[in-house]
Design a protein around this ligand. Structure first.
Ligand code: SAM
Length: 343
């Protein structure tokens, strides 16, 4: 690798190239899933305080997000994903997507959403330049959905999924966080759901964050999920298309949809991690599970040049650790919750 190449790309001390930026555009959400936004302190016997939302003035503006995305694109970022909080609660989201989609070098723009507002936005998002869409859904049963998410939006999400298929987000990805004793009895139902739909259902291992009610009993590993699924379906492995893939992918004879697993806990993929995260309030986080953050907001709002920001981004990447700690340690780590980091 020559020196010039190293200087323009975001390469960390373990030689991993970072070309994927996940941008949280808000820390607000219209659902209340406790594994994602814990009522801080409840389990420690303290009064619930909930998540401390950022002041609106602390959240990056569209101009700031666009400027940063241009800088990242010059540093080799090709793929971005908008997340949150819930990205669709941010006003004028299609306008932001359009502004980002025309940035030279950005080839893929994805979004992860809970789908509540998707029905009325799916077509506009596609027209604005959104290429990849992931919808999160943890249950196919109305009452259970309401129990997990704390809100009565099951039919809205189902309508959003259909609208996304109609708008040709195909394959659409459906994210289900699998939690023992809560929704792990729905693995087969989710697979059945994609029998005749161009949907890639992705079973995600439940990740521990401080106060998010994770415990070993609620953790269902990839291997355990496979044991359940193998009783009914014969999963055929798909050769991975990308060295940075975070999923183990499978197809099933006679099915339109496909099945994947995100095994961040049982078989982590830190060795090929190409991701950097930008939080809604402008911090760079080089790893979901490490506390270290470098906040770019005040520099962005000063008269400092793009080069100064670039230096801060590089320094965040150089601080990246080789891998994250084991699950039992992660529960204890001081970190922001998923809703604040951007999942
Ligand atoms: N509001 C959007 C949504 O619901 O998709 C985007 C933000 S959410 C933080 C992004 C993804 O992170 C969702 O698929 C959610 O299920 C996942 N997630 C949140 N907390 C998690 C945890 N503790 N373990 C595994 N996945 C988690």
């Amino acid at each position: 690798m020559n020196i010039e190449y190293r200087m323009t790309q975001l390469i960390d001390t373990y030689n991993r190239k970072h070309d994927y930026l996940r941008i949280s555009i808000t820390d607000r959400c219209n659902l209340r899933c406790s594994y994602c936004q814990p009522a801080d302190g409840v389990l420690a016997g303290m009064p619930p305080q909930g998540i401390q939302l950022k002041e609106r003035s602390e959240v990056l503006t569209f101009d700031e997000i666009e400027r940063l995305t241009r800088i990242f694109a010059l540093l080799g970022v090709k793929k971005i994903r908008l997340t949150g909080g819930e990205p669709l609660v941010r006003k004028d989201l299609p306008k932001l997507i359009h502004r980002l989609s025309v940035i030279h070098g950005i080839q893929i723009i994805g979004m992860t959403t809970n789908g509540v507002l998707l029905k009325s936005f799916a077509r506009q998002l596609k027209q604005a330049g959104l290429t990849n869409l992931n919808v999160s859904l943890d249950s196919l049963r109305t009452s259970r959905f309401e129990m997990i998410s704390g809100r009565q939006h099951f039919n809205d999400v189902m309508g959003g999924i259909q609208a996304s298929l109609d708008a040709s987000f195909q394959p659409l990805k459906l994210n289900m966080v699998v939690m023992g004793g809560i929704n792990d009895d729905e693995l087969l139902d989710f697979i059945e759901f994609v029998r005749d739909k161009q949907i890639n259902v992705r079973f995600i291992e439940y990740m521990p964050f401080k106060f998010n009610q994770w415990n070993q009993a609620k953790f269902v590993s990839f291997q355990q999920m496979m044991e359940t699924i193998n009783k009914k379906f014969e999963l055929q492995p798909v050769e991975s298309q990308s060295e940075n893939s975070v999923t183990k992918d499978f197809w099933i004879e006679g099915f339109v949809g496909t099945v994947s697993f995100i095994t961040s806990m049982s078989y982590h993929f830190c060795g090929t991690c190409n991701r950097i995260r930008l939080t809604a309030d402008g911090s760079i986080k080089s790893c979901l599970f490490h506390q270290a953050e470098i906040n770019l907001r005040s520099t962005l709002r000063s008269s400092k040049s793009d080069e100064a920001i670039e230096e801060m981004i590089r320094s965040a990447v150089l601080q990246k650790q080789f891998e994250h700690p084991i699950p039992k340690e992660l529960v204890k780590i001081e970190n922001r919750s998923m809703i604040q980091i951007g999942g």
